[in-house]
Design a protein around this ligand. Structure first.
Ligand code: SF4
Length: 161
């Protein structure tokens, strides 16, 4: 065992780095940038890497879209785009569960993550779900006429006397 693996943060960084070679191998393979599905999964992976690097933002997004459910260890997210080197094919569980990176801890962050996940396992659905998958990120501005109507309530009709 490498000496630095005894130190939590170094161990976690190393375990995370070990996921990069299979990632880059698949990106430049037939299943990567060349195919539409591959591009979707690459884009999704990059999106999750970025968002999960700011966990409060990831949790905010999960709440925004109404996350519910829990992980039932189907293994789909561990095989998104490539098979994670830490995924144990016999037990079908994560072999470094306590040290897994944020991208795994926080999965799924947005409804798009479930769509990506469903490309890997089409037969069994994810045990997580979002109750408001179509909720816009920012408030949708009301049409001008509607805004004017709200700002100035209609005046009562004038009496003829
Ligand atoms: S949770 Fe899955 S994807 Fe994440 S490190 Fe463990 S095996 Fe790999």
């Amino acid at each position: 065992m490498r000496w630095f693996l005894k130190f939590g943060p170094l161990r976690r960084a190393w375990l995370n780095l070990e996921r990069f070679p299979p990632f880059f191998r698949v990106v430049f393979s037939r299943d990567g940038l060349v195919s539409a599905e591959g591009r979707q999964l690459i884009f999704g992976k990059c999106r999750r890497i970025l968002i999960s690097s700011v966990p409060p933002l990831a949790r905010l997004l999960q709440k925004h879209y109404g996350i519910e459910g829990s992980c039932d260890s189907c293994g789909a997210s561990c095989n998104l785009l490539f098979q994670c080197p830490h995924w144990d094919t016999k037990t079908r569980l994560c072999s470094v569960y306590d040290d897994r990176p944020n991208i795994c801890r926080l999965f799924p962050i947005t409804p798009a993550d479930i769509r990506d996940r469903d490309l890997v396992n089409r037969k069994v659905g994810c045990n997580f779900a979002f109750t408001q998958p179509d909720r816009p990120l920012l408030p949708v501005p009301l049409p001008l006429a509607e805004r004017r109507g709200r700002a100035m309530p209609a005046l009562p009709p004038r009496s003829s006397s």
